[in-house]
Design a protein around this ligand. Sequence first.
Ligand SMILES: NC(=O)c1ccc[n+]([C@@H]2O[C@H](COP(=O)([O-])OP(=O)(O)OC[C@H]3O[C@@H](n4cnc5c(N)ncnc54)[C@H](O)[C@@H]3O)[C@@H](O)[C@H]2O)c1
Ligand SMILES: [Zn+2]
Ligand SMILES: [Zn+2]
Length: 346
Amino acid sequence: MKALVYHGPGKKMWEERPKPTLKQDTDAVVKMHKTTICGTDLHIMKGDVPEVIDGRILGHEGIGVIDEVGRGVKNFRKGDRVLISCISACGNCEFCKKGMYSHCESGGWILGHTIDGTQAEYVRIPLADTSLYHIPEGMNEDAFVMLSDIFPTAFECGVLNGQVKPGDTVGIVGAGPIGLAALLTAKFYSPSRIIMIDVDDGRLEKARQLGATDIIKSKEGNIVDKVMDLTGGRGVDVAIEAVGIPATFDICQSIIAPGGHIANIGVFGTSVDLHMEKLWAHNITLTTRLVDTVTTPMLLKSVQAGTLHPEQLVTHHFPLSDIMKAYDTFSHAKEEKALKVVLENK
Ligand SMILES: NC(=O)c1ccc[n+]([C@@H]2O[C@H](COP(=O)([O-])OP(=O)(O)OC[C@H]3O[C@@H](n4cnc5c(N)ncnc54)[C@H](O)[C@@H]3O)[C@@H](O)[C@H]2O)c1
Ligand SMILES: [Zn+2]
Ligand SMILES: [Zn+2]
């Protein structure tokens, strides 16, 4: 089979690899139908994730059809159409029982990280019963590809941790795929205002189309003053950080209203200044989280019911064999006006 293989920082190849086989009774082999590229894959390509070794097949998102299952797999059989979660979970360990699949003692984020991933014609999925989800036929498939990672991430780390409530004012810093998924899932709770902040006009325009009530271009004037003007000097009830740099975390600390929630989603490579001298008396809750994908069944139902349209974030389609070109497009997101690129294994 063909697969996208990492060969150290800056080096990748679309090359021939052996088709994966079952290693454990609880494994399944899935024939990939659609996959996508994540910002995290770009971090891997830069060498920011050193656990990823030369020779690793990348990718942790996608949908496909079951090709083979181990004897211990109860919920799936050959021919079933499945959504692959970016987090593998055993369902039995102490962390899984607390709903923290991200810290599963035998799973967690392993696909395209410590084991071979989904940017290939076939993938081996360990702990198949608790890491795959059935998907219905005849619906927009791109929508389900978005449920492997970005929608559970935005919903769990941003919207649920931020405790968005009806009538709230929500500020989302970063209008990338994750920030925009936070915008779409925040709307479940009918906040009165959603203010999106980014540096990219194209992404802010998209945010407006998806329902942002206000957009603010970062770097043009004082963002904090603008948010304060929009909120009568009070600030936002929920500030969602969806970038991952000290400057944007700082914006969240500066725009949060008393009693508010700062929900961090961004992956940070450096420390930040925590302004306790300002925050201490303001009853602020600060949360962090690695996506657990425990809300995937809930999001699947919303897609099936037509109340959530994750496919709105898909901007480009490529055949899987053009994945090198797709990486190029995705890594020039601003110029290419790219959000999510979908790769199809025909
Ligand atoms: N917590 C988790 O489990 C988890 C899971 C997946 C991804 N993430 C993280 O979520 C973050 C967002 O992911 P994404 O895929 O949307 O990334 P992205 O890079 O596509 O989007 C980030 C956005 O931030 C904007 N931005 C950059 N600098 C800015 C600034 N100074 N002010 C305002 N906006 C600015 C960019 O223009 C871009 O639109 C990343 O840090 C990613 O690593 C976290
Ligand atoms: Zn990802
Ligand atoms: Zn577990």
